[in-house]
Design a protein around this ligand. Structure first.
Ligand SMILES: Cc1ncc(COP(=O)(O)O)c(C=O)c1O
Length: 492
């Protein structure tokens, strides 16, 4: 069969091995109909002679083609192009492609309403300014160091194992490194066994809550509060009970009153820089809450999403650092320290809880990105992350001060706000103008900002938003405020 001699030309200079070249060429000619279904191919010895190569190379190519389902080798009969070929081309499989497009609705039944819709957006456009909710300036993220570290780790043969399944709890290296870091910086007396690595704190909230509550259980949250967590609690079947938040954080006397009447399973707090208001839970209230947790046996989720960014004094130690009874589940994240898209967070809790939470995590996702986890561990160890935090805190403090000065000057009389001790946003209440209108008009002028409905609960409307200052330089801050001012002067 000299046809194959015509069709197969081996490129000696190619980096692709000869047996793969033969495999790929035969597939190519089958696809294009030059080697028809059912065609008998020459034996391996014959083809080897024809091509002037070693017979074992042809055997390897035939084995590969058989494994992929292109040919069949029948004992005593020979080697044939298969009658039932694998995927030929999408066009042939789907018939006339132009007649077919995926329907909008699935063909099966499911209860769509069981899933609570959440706002999700694409990546922010680069041609618009944005007041985000308080996110870091990703232009500063040590991405070069991170990718360099990933590259050098992936080259080491000892690290090939991290490409395998394993490490559902997170790599030991990262958990050990993080345990030391959290001990040194936040007074958490923990080991690697007390940590579960997650993809950001949102996953931590979801996992911890799933493990703690049953549908119908009552969960206390602050009002105003962090909407995404509230929706997650509701998605998991929780009944939310709202407790006011004032300048000292969540009203713990109100929590106590509720505990006297109801079985509370979980209290969700953001003690350091509360979202949205940025207030800090006072030390007295923290102690009170811990005592209540022991007395009424509820769990506390302490969401410490932006611990590193505190400007006024030294950051206050997390409640978890003095929780000797094991009632606090401490949730942290690197998404504010590094960049939101670097999905790495952690849960800190008693060992038994972490084990159970790890089982649950595995149901969602077999494991995290182990190489990335180790790269982050290396960046902790070589001081890159500590340096980045130091640099960012200095810069964000300057940006906070600049922003608050400008906010006061540009919008005085129209807004109220308190200079935040930490975090990356200023919680700003608009006194005279409807934020829904401001937000719509600002968008038309190139500024993205929320519409102030995020924190509303029932009839309680706050007409307030978090104005994220950290990701805007001085010039951008001024441009954004100018747009708001222009919009507000337009007699709304
Ligand atoms: C209070 C709070 N918790 C959790 C998160 C979610 O963070 P992550 O990106 O780590 O999931 C955020 C995000 O801004 C937040 O503000």
């Amino acid at each position: 069969m000299s046809l194959l001699k015509e069709l197969i030309t081996i490129d000696d200079k190619s980096e692709v091995s000869v047996y793969l070249q033969i495999t790929n060429l035969i597939i190519h000619h089958i696809r294009h109909g030059r080697l028809r279904k059912g065609l008998k191919l020459p034996g391996s010895r014959e083809l080897a002679v024809m091509l002037g190569i070693n017979r074992m190379t042809v055997v390897a190519a035939y084995q590969e083609l058989e494994a992929q389902g292109w040919i069949e080798m029948l004992p005593k009969k020979g080697t044939f192009v298969k009658a039932n070929l694998p995927v030929l081309s999408p066009k042939q499989l789907a018939g006339n492609v132009a007649d077919f497009s995926l329907p909008e609705q699935p063909g099966f039944n499911y209860d769509q309403k069981r899933i609570i819709p959440v706002a999700f957006s694409d990546f922010p456009p680069t041609d618009k300014l944005a007041f985000n909710d308080g996110f870091p300036d990703v232009r500063l993220a040590p991405i070069e160091e991170f990718t360099r570290c990933m590259r050098s780790l992936s080259r080491l043969s000892a690290n090939k194992k991290y490409l395998q399944y394993g490490g559902a709890q997170g790599t030991l290296l990262l958990r050990q490194t993080l345990a030391n870091f959290l001990c040194d910086t936040r007074g958490l007396s923990i080991t690697a066994d007390n940590i579960l690595i997650t993809k950001g704190s949102q996953m931590g909230i979801f996992i911890a809550t799933s493990v703690i509550i049953n549908p119908g259980d009552e969960v206390i949250v602050g009002v105003p509060g962090y909407r995404m967590a509230n929706l997650t609690f509701q998605q998991l079947g929780a009944k939310l009970i709202y407790v006011p938040v004032d300048e000292d954080g969540m009203d713990i006397n109100a929590v106590e009153k509720l505990c006297e009447k109801k079985k509370i399973r979980l209290v969700y707090v953001i003690p350091h820089h509360h979202n949205p208001t940025t207030v800090t839970l006072s030390p007295e209230r923290r102690m009170h809450l811990l005592k209540l947790a022991t007395k009424y046996r509820f769990a506390i989720i302490e969401d410490d999403y932006d611990y590193d960014f505190h400007y006024s004094s030294k950051p206050i130690m997390p409640m978890a650092s003095y929780d000797s009874k094991g009632n606090v589940i401490y949730i942290g994240t690197l998404t504010k320290t590094f960049a939101p898209a670097v999905r790495l967070g952690f849960i800190v809790a008693p060992k038994e809880f972490i084990q159970t939470a790890t089982y649950f995590r595995k149901h969602i996702d077999m494991q995290g990105d182990s190489l990335m986890e180790n790269a982050i561990a290396e960046l902790y160890k070589d001081g890159t992350i500590a340096r980045h935090i130091k640099k960012s805190v200095k810069l964000y403090k300057e940006r906070r001060d600049h922003f608050c000065d400008c906010l006061q000057k540009e919008l005085t009389g129209h807004i109220s706000f308190k200079v935040p001790d930490g975090g990356m946003s200023v919680y700003t209440t608009f006194l005279k103008h409807d934020l829904k209108i401001i937000s719509r008009k600002a968008f038309d002028k190139g500024l993205i900002m929320k519409d102030g409905t995020t924190f509303d609960v029932g009839k309680q409307q706050f007409n307030a938003i978090r104005l994220g200052f950290a990701s805007l330089n001085f010039k951008e801050q001024l441009q954004a405020l100018k747009i708001i001012r222009e919009v507000m002067n337009m007699k709304l």
